[in-house]
Design a protein around this ligand. Structure first.
Ligand SMILES: *Cc1c(COP(=O)(O)O)cnc(C)c1O
Length: 399
């Protein structure tokens, strides 16, 4: 008999949606069947209910259900009339859609580096960009090198922790800029004053991609907004800009959320706080296990700002020899991911912005040493401790 090497002692996928679905399957099926029975698939009662509930959940006045998180960002930019000749200040260390949507409107992404402890947009870096690279021309802030009009700041609440907004809001007020929050990963996250993601700026953008804390059965998203006229404008742009129907003063798109997706989300929203609470619990289990394992020389665990309510869409550590560790963990049955391996200023499609390696050193460092570990709510303590043990094994063996 040949010796077969034993498989991993335990499997810990990065994400497994099935155990969560099992707990809510009867309710979800009933909600889906009700939509099927009604045959009302477009902007019906489930969408209106979801919009009202998520506006309230995010302490915002209005909700606008849309087809994805990406389209939420695009609709926000279009709603604020951002386009060719304009620029939007944002972070290079985020999912592609943040800067991708800015570029799709014809505007220029103006990148600023991140804070290394939270990975979120650095307010001092934004202040420096405005002070050193921009000037006022006729009441308008202009980015000198490109000649673009700076219109907005788009911070991202990365991994589920709110980007501290007070300093950014102050800069926006001083410079007359709009604020669009990319809250795709951060529904329910709050800052130390208890203010929720999405409620700070002109528009807050959420994604319900299945891997987010509130995940649809496909693509969906939502904008929250505070201004009635802006909300009405975005609602019109959501249906091709036609108002009344077939009369187009504006060019919009089809950015509608499906009634079926809204029905799923209305069921899941009842459980969101419980699920995010379990993610927070899992994060504490990790924190304590890492501390006990004495891996401080090799692993930096996530920093939660004092009083902040981090919803841990991702639990991201910084490590030495990241790629070798990732391979080691894959061999041990542990799923991981790199969010994100290439900062956006170094993406091929943005070569025309003229950036080089070294322009945003913190973002570039993060791209080299961050690793997301499994954190989804249904993980067991045994699985979490196994992940830390395997990481300890990797660095122990390397000592
Ligand atoms: C997921 C995500 C998006 C895009 O959302 P989709 O629903 O996938 O279009 C945008 N920004 C960030 C930071 C995200 O994580």
């Amino acid at each position: 008999m040949s010796e077969k090497s034993p498989g991993p002692a335990l499997r810990v996928p990065l994400l497994d949606l099935k155990p969560q679905y099992e707990t809510i399957a009867p309710r979800v099926r009933a909600a889906l069947e009700a939509v099927c029975a009604s045959q009302q698939f477009i902007l019906g009662p489930e969408v209106r209910t979801l919009e009202a509930r998520l506006a309230a959940y995010s302490q915002s006045r209005y909700g606008i259900g849309v087809s994805s998180g990406t389209d939420a960002l695009l609709l926000a930019l279009m709603g604020l009339d951002i386009g060719p000749g304009d620029a939007v200040i944002t972070t290079p260390y985020t999912f592609f859609a943040t800067a991708g949507t800015i570029a799709r409107t014809g505007a220029r992404p103006l990148f600023c580096d991140i804070e290394p402890e939270t990975f979120n947009l650095s307010a001092p870096a934004v202040r420096a960009l405005i002070a050193q690279q921009c000037e006022r021309r006729g009441g308008q802030l202009v980015h000198r090198a490109s000649g673009t009009r700076v219109k907005a700041i788009m911070p991202v609440h990365l991994y589920g922790q709110v980007c501290p907004m007070e300093p950014l809001l102050a800069l926006a007020r001083e410079a007359g800029l709009r604020v669009i929050e990319d809250a795709a990963q951060a529904i329910g996250a709050r800052d130390a004053a208890g203010r929720p993601a999405g409620s700070f700026g002109d528009v807050g953008c959420f994604s319900f991609f299945p891997t987010k804390n509130l995940g649809a059965f496909g693509d969906a998203g939502l904008c929250v907004a505070q201004d009635e006229a802006l909300t009405e404008h975005m609602r019109v742009l959501r249906v091709h800009g036609g108002k009344p129907k077939y009369h187009h003063a504006f060019i919009g798109g089809n950015f509608r959320i499906d009634e079926l997706q809204a029905a799923v989300l209305n069921v899941k929203l009842d459980f969101l706080d419980e699920w995010s609470g379990r993610r927070q619990h899992n994060a504490r289990v990790y924190d304590e296990a890492f501390a006990r394992a004495g891996l401080g020389d090799h692993v930096v665990t996530p920093r939660v700002l004092p009083g902040f309510h981090h919803i841990f869409n991702q639990y991201v550590i910084r490590v030495k020899r990241r790629d070798a560790l990732r391979e080691h963990l894959a061999g041990a049955g542990v799923g991981t991911e790199i969010y994100y391996p290439i900062p956006l200023h170094l993406q091929e499609c943005f070569a025309d912005l003229g950036h080089h390696a070294g322009d945003f050193p913190e973002a570039e460092r993060a791209a080299l040493d961050t690793l997301a570990l499994p954190i989804y709510p249904e993980l067991s303590g045994e699985q979490l401790r196994y992940v830390v043990e395997r990481i300890g094994g990797f660095y122990g063996a390397a000592r």
